[in-house]
Write a protein that binds this ligand. Structure first.
Ligand SMILES: Nc1ncnc2c1ncn2[C@@H]1O[C@H](COP(=O)(O)OP(=O)(O)OP(=O)(O)O)[C@@H](O)[C@H]1O
Length: 947
């Protein structure tokens, strides 16, 4: 279908008539509104229709797919000047929580994973985003509050917000009596309106009349104090970590969300929404968890999976198997850090696939960049991966003997940080649970034992030491049980292992000669082998799990992906690992921004919706700092890593030279530099950056492992030699970047659902809510802006084709000549939506939060009514059919009986003509014959009458 319109059309089409009448109705409704003066006015009725306010461009066309063809001038360009002026007039002011950072020309074309798909949409309208005129109403509101002496939030000199009542004002100074009884004098600029008591602790921040930093913080705090850890910020679920068990999970609660008996914010509700949307639209969904380290992402992801497993429990064992994979990956990929006792040290995307009837029929797990250095090097008070401690504490004696296993305290890789246990965790018990989980995902006992042998080999490698043998600090391996055990577990000759650890092969002509390594190089070599074995073991495990949970062909259009990556980290000393983790978080933040701010607002403008932009903290500039080619942190890091004489210091100096003027970069003394991330500034020490980025794959290792008599190390080396060779040549940073780009492409094909996990305190204590910490996290994820966009925005967007197709039958009369846009308008008119609740764009219908449910409800009811009518109709039809059959049967029977009797009669007549005497029987038969003939005649007469 092609639709074109000309603003200059003289005759009014029926569509225009309809649009006008709809607008007149909306205006009528609007006038009747009686809003209290003190509350900020709802956005004035914006149920505008394109023809009423925006003339369609002359070359405007809608394709059959509902896409705008031709150039549509965006409203942004038209209103930009106006709004700037308006902003000035209204004295728009950005508070700390709603700080604005708008940057132009921020997308680096060759560094953007989205560029191919929608460059114009993302870059175009947003670059010059305009502050909202509407939100500047704070000033007016506070004047009203001051006049009426109402409750206000007041920022004290220490920066904290407190609730109080305005006693009096003198010029720009207000005297406030705080709830504690203290009276303070502050500038009126430090006051913000407080919400009425009735709005205390609302489920959804969208319900707050006054949306400001202290109100949001207070609302979440109030709920947290009552163990209500979940709140909504429009479409985003906010989950505050309780750091204690609370009875809000389990089968009973799960069932009430499943049956829609409960609808308060909950992780189950998000999972339910994703599931229903997937089943309704046959579109892949994603649930994206973000938040700082220790904020609760992994725990929340587990509850999502638990819910989905319960919903899609067609193949019971599959749901259970998928849940068990969590346990295995946590054992091998999580560790105690100073911020979180169970911190994920890898990123994970799990796709759960469903069949047409909504039952789980398989899954696929992808992991990203495991933190390798943790295997060999630990910060104080931190642990290596849980699995090492679990194995040492829980392995049964037979296994211990076979692996020559000792206590964790006897291994240097584990005892260096002097932290061997985690409070409240029994590693021995965890080991048994792990073995059960490995059984569930069908990893055979033989493979399990090989995996444990590799772990033990890593531990023994750490105990290998070297002795200096000459003046040049060249070393040899110190022969002790560590070498023997490590070699035995890898299943290679001890001599070969010693050579691989202490020598470097150099080609001389056609021969190779072994050159002794120096002490540091040998230690690095040993650690590199341990890291290599561990990472290959981790990868092998993921492959085995995937084999186990994959069932046949994975479906398209019916999957839910759950993304849980390591949270943003900022320590006192931040190294290459934090650099990578924080870069990954920047990418994820951009995905969040893109979906909740950029795409949505861009779409409104393109589609002619009357929309005033909400600004947000865009992290594109920081991403550019990382990704830009050739001058970005990652490119320069790669360049220096390939340069033989480069050092960490030359790398840092290069950064300082190139990025001196970049506002996201902060040059620091020596080998340090800082990056202004979306979540705050982080100082990185580049010590070890180049080596960690190169992550060299020594040929000696491949040689050593491929000679192993065990399958697992052998296959690890083979995978490196074949398919993995190219990727093993890539630097860590490049690998991470391409993994993240691939991930973003994948996520782009899904409908995202966001969960923002918040860490209420750094001590991991239950019940402790630190305002500053929470405020900073909410600020990072732009909670206020999300709520604002949601409050005034339209989460449901459907093309006119889809809308007309789905709801067109609700119209009593339709005109076949109507195009989908006319149908959409007619439907909206019929449904009687409030004026604020929808917008009609050039290509789509836009509905506010909650409206689609209303429409769906009406659709459902209508369908039920139709079924009811159909039921009566079909019943009547079936009854009539039955009667017809019955009558037919009677007629048929009477005909057959008549025929039979006629035959008998003829037979009797024949006997009479031959003068044969009539027997008594024959007399009886004759009487019966006469009777039946008469009955037959009466019956057919009745039937004829009835028919
Ligand atoms: N809903 C919850 N109920 C009870 N405790 C929780 C909940 N969410 C998190 N926790 C507690 O907080 C700890 C940290 O949570 P989690 O490991 O999920 O954080 P994370 O955000 O994944 O951190 P990282 O990025 O370091 O992996 C958990 O080990 C658990 O003790």
């Amino acid at each position: 279908m092609m639709l074109s319109a000309s603003p200059a059309a003289v005759t009014r089409s029926s569509l225009e008539e309809m649009l006008d009448s709809l607008r007149r109705r909306d205006e009528g409704l609007e006038k009747s509104k009686d809003l209290p003066p003190a509350l900020p006015a709802r956005p004035p009725s914006r149920a505008r229709l394109p023809s009423a306010r925006h003339s369609l461009p002359t070359d405007f066309k809608v394709s059959s797919h509902g896409q705008v063809e031709g150039k549509v001038e965006t409203r942004a360009s038209k209103v930009k000047g106006d709004t700037k002026r308006k902003e000035k007039e209204l004295g728009y002011k950005s508070g700390s929580f709603v700080s604005k950072k708008i940057r132009k020309d921020q997308n680096c074309v060759d560094c953007n994973p989205y560029v191919e798909e929608n460059n114009e949409k993302v870059n175009g309208p947003i670059a010059g985003s305009v502050p909202r005129g509407k939100e500047s109403g704070w000033d007016d509101n506070i004047c009203y509050f001051i006049k009426k002496r109402l409750s206000v939030w007041c920022r004290l000199p220490n920066g904290k917000w407190d609730l109080g009542k305005i006693e009096e004002t003198l010029g720009d100074e207000a005297t406030i009596s705080l709830l504690s009884g203290t009276v303070v004098k502050v500038s009126t600029a430090e006051l913000l309106p407080a919400n009425p008591d009735i709005l205390e602790g609302v489920d959804d921040l969208m319900q707050l009349s006054y949306l400001n930093e202290p109100s949001v913080l207070h609302n979440i705090k109030h709920r947290y104090a009552q163990d209500l850890i979940y709140s909504k910020a429009g479409p985003v679920l906010i989950a505050v970590n309780p750091f204690k068990e609370i009875p809000i999970y389990g089968n009973e609660i799960l069932t009430s969300y499943k049956q829609k008996a409960k609808d308060s914010p909950h992780v189950y509700a998000i999972a339910d929404a994703a599931y229903n949307e997937m089943m309704r639209d046959e579109k892949n969904q994603s649930i994206i968890l973000s938040g700082e380290s220790g904020a609760g992402k992994t725990e929340t992801a587990k509850y999502v999976m638990q819910y989905l497993a319960a919903l899609g429990c067609g193949n019971d064992s599959m749901g259970y198997e998928i849940l068990q994979t969590n346990f295995i990956l946590q054992a091998f990929g999580n560790a105690k850090t100073s911020r979180n006792n169970n911190s994920s040290r890898f990123g994970k995307l799990i796709e759960i696939h469903f069949n047409a009837s909504g039952k789980i029929h398989g899954a696929k797990i992808q992991t990203f960049l495991l933190e390798k250095s943790r295997v060999v090097q630990l910060a104080n008070d931190e642990r290596s991966y849980h699995i090492f401690y679990q194995l040492c504490a829980g392995a049964p004696s037979t296994l211990r003997d076979r692996l020559n296993l000792r206590m964790a305290s006897e291994y240097k890789y584990l005892n260096q940080s002097e932290c061997l246990v985690v409070d409240g965790v029994d590693d021995g018990m965890e080991f048994h649970k792990l073995v059960d989980a490995l059984d569930v995902v069908q990893i055979c006992k033989e493979d399990q034992e090989q995996a444990f042998a590799m772990l033990a080999a890593v531990l023994w490698l750490g105990n290998i030491s070297f002795q200096v043998i000459d003046n040049e600090n060249h070393v040899e391996v110190f022969t002790n049980e560590a070498v023997e055990n490590a070699a035995r577990l890898i299943n290679c000759r001890a001599q070969d292992l010693m050579l691989a650890l202490s020598t470097h092969k150099i080609q001389a002509g056609n021969d190779f000669i072994a050159k002794k390594l120096t002490m540091q190089k040998a230690i690095d070599r040993r650690d590199a082998l341990a890291k290599f074995i561990y990472t290959r073991l981790f990868e092998w495990l993921v492959v085995q799990i995937n084999k186990s949970v994959k069932v046949g062909e994975l479906s398209t259009g019916r999957s839910i992906s759950i993304l849980d990556i390591y949270g943003f980290e900022s320590f006192k000393n931040n190294s290459f690992e934090q650099f990578c983790i924080n870069y990954a978080n920047e990418r994820l933040q951009q995905h969040f921004n893109r979906h909740l701010f950029k795409l949505q607002q861009g779409e409104y403008e393109e589609d002619g919706i009357d929309w005033t932009k909400v600004d947000f903290e865009d992290n594109q500039e920081c991403l550019n700092l990382f990704e830009k080619k050739p001058l970005g942190l990652l490119s320069l890091l790669d360049e220096e890593s390939n340069f033989p004489n480069a050092t960490d210091l030359t790398f840092t100096n290069k950064l300082k030279q190139y990025f001196n003027d970049n506002p996201c970069f902060k040059g620091q003394r020596g080998r340090a530099f800082g990056v202004c991330h979306y979540a705050g500034e982080v100082a990185y020490d580049t010590n070890g950056f180049l080596e960690k980025n190169r992550d060299p794959m020594h040929s000696e290792f491949i040689h050593l492992l491929s000679s192993s008599g065990c399958q697992l190390p052998k296959s690890a080396s083979l995978s490196c030699q074949s398919g993995g060779l190219e990727s093993s040549m890539q630097s860590v940073a490049t690998k991470l970047k391409s993994q993240l780009f691939k991930l973003m492409h994948q996520l782009e094909k899904t409908t995202p659902h966001f969960i923002r996990c918040i860490k209420p305190n750094a001590k991991q204590f239950p019940g402790l809510y630190e305002d500053d910490l929470v405020s900073q996290q909410l600020q990072c994820c732009g909670v206020l802006e999300v709520v604002r966009i949601s409050r005034y925005g339209y989460p449901t967007r459907m093309t006119h084709q889809e809308f007309a197709g789905r709801y067109g039958f609700l119209l009593k009369e339709t005109n076949l000549s109507w195009d989908p846009l006319s149908m959409s308008v007619a439907i909206l008119k019929k449904i009687n939506f409030l004026p604020d609740m929808y917008e009609v764009g050039y290509t789509k219908v836009y509905l506010r939060m909650g409206q689609i449910e209303r429409l769906e409800e009406q659709r459902k009811q209508f369908l039920l009514d139709i079924v009811e009518v159909q039921k009566y109709f079909r019943g009547g039809q079936a009854r009539r059919h039955f009667r017809e059959l019955k009558q037919g049967a009677v007629i048929l029977q009477s005909c057959i009986r008549g025929e039979n009797t006629r035959r008998k009669y003829n037979h009797m007549i024949k006997r009479r003509t031959t003068n044969a005497p009539l027997a008594v029987d024959d007399q009886l038969v004759a009487a019966l014959y006469l009777q039946s003939v008469i009955r037959g005649m009466v019956g057919s007469k009745a039937v004829q009458q009835y028919a």
